[in-house]
Design a protein around this ligand. Structure first.
Ligand code: SF4
Ligand code: SF4
Length: 68
């Protein structure tokens, strides 16, 4: 059976990310990791679109978008 996904998910533009790790720390689902120390990556199937990361990102680069 397919897992039901949240209506929204977090999208992080890698080029703008400074890899501070704040989003990793505030995500309640452990959906974010820092790829090779250089930018944050969201595991899309785990993200529930809660918006914690977007609220806390000091660079304000995280968008919550409707899943397509
Ligand atoms: S929206 Fe919520 S669940 Fe998704 S990556 Fe951000 S903090 Fe984690
Ligand atoms: S909080 Fe923002 S700048 Fe920091 S790692 Fe996450 S996306 Fe990148």
């Amino acid at each position: 059976m397919m897992k039901k996904l949240s209506p929204r998910h977090a999208v992080i533009p890698a080029v703008e990310c400074v890899a501070c790790g704040t989003c990793v720390d505030v995500c309640p689902r452990e959906a974010v990791s820092i790829y090779k120390g250089s930018y944050a990556q969201v595991n899309d199937e785990i993200c529930v679109g809660c918006g914690n990361c977007a609220r806390e990102c000091p660079a304000s680069i995280i968008r919550l978008e409707a899943r397509r």
